[in-house]
Each structure stands twice: as C-alpha cells, then as structure tokens.
Design a protein around this ligand. Structure first.
Ligand SMILES: *Cc1c(COP(=O)(O)O)cnc(C)c1O
Length: 220
C-alpha cells in the first residue's frame, strides 16, 4: 500500500492514521517516519519503550493492546494515548503514574463490540458505572478522549459494519450524557488493515493500521 496515498486520503477525511509498528524493528519504523508519519501504535509496553528510546522524540506513541496494570509505569513518562482502557482499576493506575510525571494522559475506553469472546473491552453499562464513579470524577491526570473497538475478524462486511455502527452509537450516547461540553471527547478508534474502509464510512476518527503499511507480521 502506498503510504502517501493512504495518509492523504485519511487526512482528507479528518481521520488520524496510527501506524501499527508492533513486531517491526526500529529501522522499519524510521522508514515510515521518513514518509512523514508521526503517530505509531504498539501493543506491548516493553517493545514500545525500546522503540521510544531508539527513535526520534517527536513520535507520538499510542498503546493499542491490552495493558496490564503493573506495566503502566513503563510507558507513563511518554505515552501519547492509551486506547485500551477497560477497567476503573487500570484507569486509576494510569492516573497515578501520570501524576508522578506531572502529565495528563489521553485515554480511550475500549468496548467489546465483536462476536468473538476473546476480545477485551467494556460494555456500555460498565462504562457508565466507571464514568459515574467518584474515583473517576476525582482523577486529574487522565483525559478520556473517546472510544475504541475491534470488529470480528471476518470477511462478513455486513457484520463488521454493524459492529462499527454499534461503537459509533456508544460514542454518541456517552458524548451526549457525559461529555457534551467537552471538546476532547471526540475520537472513535476503529478500523485495521482489513476493515479500515468500512470503519471510515461508519465514522472512525482514528484507524490503527499495521500490516498494510509494514507488511505481514511474523506469527506472534
Ligand atoms: C495489531 C493491531 C492492529 C493492526 O492490525 P493490522 O491488521 O496489522 O492492521 C490494530 N489494532 C490493534 C488493537 C492491534 O493489536
């Protein structure tokens, strides 16, 4: 895939491209960086930290994979956005670590929208409970900027489209109820190499694309 064409198409739609560099070495990231890309996604804190250390400091690093509470401190000094917040406990830890570095960390709430059972994420009721909790309301060092979800891994485009619609609906519901006055709550992170076009049609503001840019990954 031609990176420049992908970037300019997404820019024209106001969609942020997160180039997912997991499993690829820093030299490959640097090639894509040379093409003007500044936002990169990783799903493992250790790997993200190693690349952060090795690569230019104007890269915005987005953590997109499931995050264990005990790994938050590893990335708290520099991470630009965490897409995978799926519990109050995790959000509390992010808040605590961000405070140590005098930062405010941007976060997305991850929702379970796929039919597959293996995917992480909240449902809408759990999100409401989180957003209404006194603990969340007291947090000063996290900023919830929207939602994230992964569709079922399938060729069934109609199913994928329904799942993306459901994420967009959750976003709109939460926006209306909790973030109406809040400009920062605006991101819908959905769409990967196989389904990003459907995601953009359904209102994605952030796509997370790996293999289309970097080529196939070796088996993880
Ligand atoms: C790996 C990964 C992606 C990118 O997957 P591709 O199919 O290579 O584009 C996107 N989102 C998450 C959460 C991932 O783990």
């Amino acid at each position: 895939m031609d990176l420049e064409r992908l970037q300019s198409f997404l820019t024209s739609k106001n969609v942020t491209l997160v180039a997912v560099s997991k499993t690829h070495p820093p030299e490959r990231v640097l090639e894509v960086y040379a093409g003007g890309q500044r936002v990169f996604g990783e799903n493992r804190p250790q790997e993200m930290l190693a690349k952060y250390d090795a690569l230019p400091k104007d890269i915005h690093w987005h953590l997109i994979g499931h995050l264990q509470t005990n790994k938050v401190k590893m990335i708290a000094p520099f991470v630009a956005m965490i897409h995978s917040v799926d519990s109050l406990r995790l959000l509390s830890e992010i808040n605590k670590q961000a405070e140590k570095y005098n930062r405010v960390i941007d976060c997305l709430l991850q929702f379970h929208i796929a039919e597959e059972e293996t995917k992480f994420g909240l449902d809408e009721d759990e999100a409401r409970t989180l957003l209404e909790s006194p603990e969340y309301l007291a947090m000063q060092n996290v900023r919830i900027c929207g939602v994230m979800g992964m569709a079922t891994f399938t060729d069934d485009t109609a199913l994928v489209r329904r799942e993306f619609k459901s994420l967009k609906r959750i976003f709109s519901n939460l926006k209306m109820k909790y973030f109406a006055e809040n400009e920062e709550f605006r991101e819908v992170s959905m769409g990967m190499s196989g389904d990003w076009e459907v995601a953009v049609e359904e209102g994605s503001t952030m796509v997370r694309i790996g293999s289309l840019i970097f080529g196939e990954r070796k088996k993880e």
